[in-house]
Each structure stands twice: as C-alpha cells, then as structure tokens.
Design a protein around this ligand. Sequence first.
Ligand SMILES: Cc1cc2nc3c(=O)[nH]c(=O)nc-3n(C[C@H](O)[C@H](O)[C@H](O)COP(=O)(O)O)c2cc1C
Length: 352
Amino acid sequence: MVQGVRVIPVPGSMEEVDFFIKKNILFCNMIKIADKEIPSNIIMASMSGCTDLAFRTMARRYGTKLCFFEMLDAMPLIIKNARVLRMLKTNSKDRPIAAQLLGGDPLKMLDAAYVLLDAVPDIAFLDINSACPVQKILKRKAGGYLMRSPDALIKTARILSDKLRLPVTVKIRAGFDKIDPAFLAGLARRLEDNGISAIFMHGRTCKQMYSGKVDYASIREVKNAVSIPVFGSGDIFSPELAKKMIDETGCDGITVARGALGAPWIFKDIEDCLEIKKFTEHKNIFSKRKRAMKEHIEYIIKYRKDKIERNFGFMKKIAMWYIKGFPDATTLRNNVYKTKNYHEFMDLVKTI
Ligand SMILES: Cc1cc2nc3c(=O)[nH]c(=O)nc-3n(C[C@H](O)[C@H](O)[C@H](O)COP(=O)(O)O)c2cc1C
C-alpha cells in the first residue's frame, strides 16, 4: 500500500457513506478537448511497449473509454518503418483513440503527423511527447529534453495546431532536473497561446524518472495557469489515489499508466468510485487476474499471430504483470522466466 493513503472503506459501510459525504465527490465526466468530446476524463496513458491493440482491447473490455496508441517516433514513422506501422494496428471497436508523437524537430513532427493521419484519419487528438526521460531520447533532443529547452516544443505546438485539423495536446513533466513553478506556469501559458488544447502532466521531473513522490503542487500550478484542460498523472494505483490527485491538484482529468498493468478494470473502478460513489470489491481477485491474463494473451496471439513465436518474450512480460502479488508469485515468476519458447510458455500458462 502507498504510504499516507487510507484503507479503502468496506463497500456499503457507514465509513464509505461518510467518505463520500465529507468529500462531496463529483468528478467523473465527459470532457471536451478543443471541439472533441471525450467520453470520460479518466483515460489510459500512452505507454511504450505496452499499449498495443491487445492491451487496448483489454482496457476497453473492462471499461476504459479512451486509449492511446503506443508512442510513435517521428523519424521511423516518416520513412514508414514496418515496426512503427505495426503499432498502428487497430480496429473499428478501438475508438476513440489518441496518438502521441516523439521528436525534437518541428517540421519532421509535422511530416510524421501527416503520415499518421493518412494511416489513421480519425484520431481524437494528437499529443506531443515532452516527457520521456530515457537517456537515448534526451540525447536526440526529444521527449523530456524539451522541458529543458522548450523553444522547439513551442514551435512544434504552433506548427501542428496551425496545420492539422485535430486538437493538439502536450505531455509534460514537472521539470527537467528541478521544479520551478514560475517556469512551469509560463510554459503552460505559452503552450496554450500556441494552440495547445490540453496538457497531460506527470508530476515528477525527468531526472527523477519514477523515484520520489509525485509533486501535486506543480500540477496545480499548471492547472491554475491555463484555461485548457489539465490531466494529472502519477501514482494513480487506486480510486483513492485518483481522488487524491484530483483533490490536491484541481485537475480536469487523470491518466492511469502503471496501475493498469495487470488490472485493466482500474479505470472502471475509479469511475464507479467517483461517479456512482461505490468502491468495487474484487472477490477472488487472483482468479480474476488469472482469467484476465489468459484473455490478454489470447488477444496478443490474435493480433500478432504472424509473428507470435518471436513475441513470446513480450508475452512473458505481460504474464508477469498479472502474476504480481499472487501468494505463489515468486515460483510462478520463475517458472514463466524459465520458459524457452512460445510452446513452453503456452503450456505453462495453461497450468496457471
Ligand atoms: C512502461 C511505461 C511506458 C511509458 N511510456 C510512455 C509514453 O510512451 N509516453 C508518455 O507520455 N508517457 C509514458 N509513460 C509515462 C506514463 O504515461 C505516466 O505518465 C507515468 O508512468 C506516471 O503515471 P503512473 O504512476 O500512473 O504510472 C510510460 C510509463 C511506463 C511505466
């Protein structure tokens, strides 16, 4: 359990009723990003290497109302690299969907956006990544680098929002290596002035990666600086932590990332908590997670069948998410880890 957060009240108990009366929750809503109506303000974050079609299908099946494609790197997208084009695999049920582009050169970002919109014309909105803290991305002056040197980001914002006929948003962090509230508020205002329709914000600096605590105050700073919607991100692992994010920052929406790994129902749990004021009690959670794991793996097989033998390492990763926290997790993890090929892995999954 995350420190400082109360235990979720027992559903139906007086404590639960009390909790909602005191807090007077009314948050869960449809939200507008520019002229686009997004059916919920509780949405799935973009996650590289995770949010493929199988992941999104699972998330939607369990109640998520908006999903992101995996982050798309502008340069490989421009040259129509096969691996990046595979990331665009989708279907008619996989809507509404948003996309996120990574790159430091404004004109290349525009070229990439054209290729993207050619392939998937009905994207709800396009997000610019100014948050990725990975070294090799920072070296390319993209992702979180733009938090340090935001002129290219502002230019990209201006060009994309002028040239494209869809809302353009930006994902930022709380800073590059330190949190400077005045800088953040100024950056948020510049983004709004340059056509950006919403800001997604992870309340940690790039240098922090995932360490330390989320800084709610910096998200509040951004929220108070602009009139466009601001989505808070960071450490939302439960409805209570979702509420904490909302209460502490005043944000208009939230995105959930790690909390959805192995728990695709988290979005619906949060919505139920905030909308109909009911905490979901997961009876037999381990059985539920085992079933969901198998279901998720079946979707991977369905959507990657041409390359399935090569994807078994990826499937192992997904299995690990669902196994986490099981009473026999160590043994299960070791057994999954030891499998040497797709067939061994599938035989093992059948026995779980
Ligand atoms: C495996 C992984 C991949 C991620 N990939 C992206 C990405 O491609 N683009 C992005 O904006 N954020 C990415 N993030 C960051 C998340 O969107 C989110 O801001 C961050 O994980 C904090 O939220 P959380 O505590 O709910 O995980 C990624 C996070 C994880 C764990």
